[in-house]
Design a protein around this ligand. Structure first.
Ligand code: NDP
Length: 492
C-alpha cells in the first residue's frame, strides 16, 4: 500500500493523510470484494480541532453575514461542479456501495439538485413580519445554530449528505460531516468540491472515522450545537439520548418497515411493478423499502403468483452491467444478517416463495449478492414482519378489508412510509390519512424530490428534512421587537 493510494481529508486547510503512519479505512467494492479505496481515518483527537476550526469559521468568516444571494451563488456553484464531475462521482459511488450504474448517475443528479434547490430557497426565503400588539415592529428571523454535526449511513451517501449540508450552509451554519465507514470516499470528494466552489475554509469539514469513536465524540462535543443524523433506529436512540442530556436539537431520519397495500380494485400490473421496485430497488437497502406487502384476500393467490414469476426474472448482476436490475448488498456481514433473517422467517413457519439464497452465478461469486426473496405464511407479529432487514426480502400477508389493513399496517414500531394501490380515490384518501407514516404513496411508490418534506412517525424519526422544513431544521428562530413609540415603556 503506497501513500498515493490513500485519500486524505482536510481540517482547516491541513491535509490529513500525508502521514503514512495514520490508520486508514479501507472501502471494499461489494460487487467483487476488491479494494474500492483507502481513506485516512479520522480519530476522536481530530474532533476537538475540527470543532474549534468550524466554530471560528462560523464566528469570524463572513459566510453567515453574507447576503442570501451571495451564499446562494456558492451553493449553485457546488451543484454545477457536482454535475461537471458526474461520471467520476458516480463511479466512486458504484465502487463504494455496489449500486447499479444508472442509479449512481441519478444520485449525483439528485445531489446537485439538492444544492440548487437550497440555493433558490436561500435567495427567496422570507423571514416573518408578525402582527404587532402595540407601537413596535415585530419579526421572527431564522438564525443558524453555529456548528452542526451531520452523520450519515452508507446506502445513499451523496444524497443524504447533500440533503443535510446544503440547507445547513444555506442558513449560515458550519458543518462537520461524518460519513459511514462503508462509503467514506464520496464525502471527501464532496468536501473538496465545496472548497473548490468557494466555500470559505472551515465551514465544511469531513471526518471519515468510525461511529463509535468519531461519531460519539462529535455528538458529545460541547461546541456542536445541533445534530442531524440518518441511520438505524438504535443508533438514533443513542445519539438522541446524548443530545437530550445536552439539550441540543436533533433531526433523526431512522429505519422503517413500510406497509405496501394492494386492493382488489387496483391496476394489478402497475401494482406488481410498484411492489417490485419498492422492495428490490437498491437491493432492499432503502429506508422506505416497502418490505411488508398486504394484498386483499380475494386476489392474494393470483397477485402473489404474478409477483413471484416477475421476481424470478429480476436480473441480479454486476453494478457496471447496464442490464443489471439488482446489485449486491453492502458487505459480507450485511448479507449474513439478511440470510439470518430469512432463516428466522423459515423457523417461524414462513414459506420461501422465491429467492432465500445466494445466486448461483459464477461471475458474482466474489461479491455480496443475495437473491430477491418473497416469504409468506406468517402473520404480522412475526419477527421478520416487525424488524427492519434492510435487504431484498419481502414478506407477503393477506388482508380482509380497510379496517384490517389499517390495523395491520400500523402495527409496527416504525412509521416511515406506506404505499396504497386502489382505483377508489376516496378509499385511497381515507387510508392515507389513517396510516401512521411520514410519506404515503398512492398508485405509485418511492417517488421523492427535494421540495417535499421527508421524515418518519414513531421510531422512524424526529423532524423533517427536505423542502422548506429542511431549512427550518437547521435554523433557530429569533424574535425581534423594535419599539416605534417615543415613550415605549410607561410604568404604572
Ligand atoms: P447506522 O445507524 O449503523 O450508522 C449510521 C451512521 O451513524 C454511520 O455513519 C455510523 O458510523 C454512525 N454511528 C454509529 N454509531 C454511532 C454513535 N454511537 N454515535 C455517532 N454516530 C454513530 O446505520 P447504517 O449505516 O447501517 O444505515 C442503515 C440504516 O439507516 C437503516 O436502519 C436505514 O433504515 C437507515 N436509513 C434511514 C433513512 C431515512 O431517511 N429515514 C435513509 C437511509 C437509511 P460507522 O458506520 O462509520 O461506524
Amino acid at each position: 500500500m503506497t501513500n498515493l493510494n490513500i485519500k486524505a481529508f482536510q481540517i482547516g486547510g491541513k491535509w490529513i493523510g500525508d502521514d503514512v503512519r495514520r490508520e486508514v479505512i479501507t472501502s471494499i467494492d461489494p460487487a467483487d470484494g476488491s479494494v474500492a479505496g483507502i481513506v485516512s481515518r479520522a480519530l476522536p483527537s481530530d474532533v476537538d480541532e475540527a470543532v474549534e476550526i468550524a466554530s471560528q469559521a462560523f464566528k469570524n468568516k463572513p459566510w453567515r453575514k453574507l447576503r442570501p444571494d451571495q451564499r446562494a451563488t456558492t451553493l449553485y456553484t457546488i451543484g454545477s461542479r457536482l454535475l461537471a464531475e458526474r461520471e467520476s462521482l458516480a463511479k466512486l459511488q458504484m465502487n463504494d456501495s455496489g449500486k447499479p450504474w444508472k442509479e449512481c448517475l441519478n444520485m449525483v443528479d439528485m445531489a446537485a439538485g439538492n444544492f440548487r434547490y437550497y440555493a433558490a430557497v436561500c435567495e427567496t426565503w422570507q423571514n416573518e413580519v408578525t402582527s404587532p400588539r402595540g407601537d413596535y415592529f415585530s419579526m421572527a428571523m431564522a438564525e443558524p445554530f453555529g456548528v452542526v454535526a451531520a452523520i450519515t449511513p452508507w446506502n445513499s451517501p451523496l444524497i443524504s449528505e447533500s440533503q443535510k449540508i446544503a440547507p445547513a450552509l444555506a442558513v449560515g451554519n458550519a458543518v462537520l460531516l461524518k460519513p459511514s465507514e462503508e462509503t467514506p470516499q464520496l464525502a471527501i470528494e464532496l468536501g473538496r468540491i465545496c472548497s473548490e466552489s468557494g466555500l470559505p475554509e472551515g465551514l465544511l469539514t469531513v471526518l471519515p472515522g468510525y461511529g463509535e469513536d468519531v461519531g460519539a465524540a462529535l455528538v458529545n462535543h460541547p461546541g456542536v450545537r445541533m445534530i442531524s443524523f440518518t441511520g438505524g433506529t438504535d443508533t438514533g436512540r443513542i445519539i438522541s439520548s446524548s443530545a437530550g442530556r445536552r439539550l441540543i436539537p436533533v433531526g433523526m431520519e431512522l429505519g422503517g418497515k413500510s406497509p405496501h397495500i394492494v386492493f382488489e380494485d387496483a391496476d394489478l400490473d402497475k401494482a406488481v411493478a410498484g411492489v417490485l421496485s419498492g422492495i428490490f430497488g437498491s437491493a432492499g437497502q432503502s429506508c422506505v423499502a416497502g418490505s411488508r406487502l398486504f394484498v386483499q384476500k380475494s386476489i392474494y393467490q393470483k397477485f402473489i403468483k404474478e409477483l413471484v414469476e416477475r421476481t424470478a426474472k429480476i436480473r441480479v448482476g454486476l453494478p457496471s452491467d447496464l442490464t443489471t436490475q439488482m446489485g449486491p448488498v453492502i458487505s459480507e456481514a450485511h448479507r449474513q444478517k439478511i440470510a439470518s433473517y430469512v432463516d428466522i422467517g423459515r423457523a417461524e413457519g414462513g414459506q420461501i416463495l422465491t429467492g432465500g439464497r445466494i445466486p448461483d452465478i459464477p461471475a458474482l461469486k466474489n461479491g455480496w449478492f443475495y437473491m430477491p426473496t418473497i416469504i409468506d405464511g406468517l402473520n404480522n407479529s412475526a419477527r421478520i414482519c416487525q424488524e427492519e432487514i434492510f435487504g431484498p426480502v419481502l414478506v407477503a400477508l393477506p388482508f380482509e378489508n380497510e379496517e384490517d389493513v389499517i390495523l395491520q399496517g400500523n402495527d409496527s414500531v416504525f412509521g416511515l412510509a406506506a404505499g396504497i394501490w386502489t382505483s377508489d380515490y376516496s378509499r385511497a384518501w381515507r387510508i392515507a390519512r389513517e396510516l401512521e407514516a411520514g410519506s404515503v404513496w398512492i398508485n405509485t411508490y418511492k417517488q421523492s424530490h427535494i421540495a417535499t418534506p421527508f421524515g418518519g412517525f414513531k421510531d422512524s424519526g424526529i423532524a423533517r428534512e427536505k423542502g422548506l422544513h429542511g431549512l427550518r431544521l437547521y435554523s433557530q428562530v429569533k424574535s425581534i421587537f423594535w419599539g416605534m413609540h417615543s415613550n415605549p415603556i410607561q410604568l404604572g
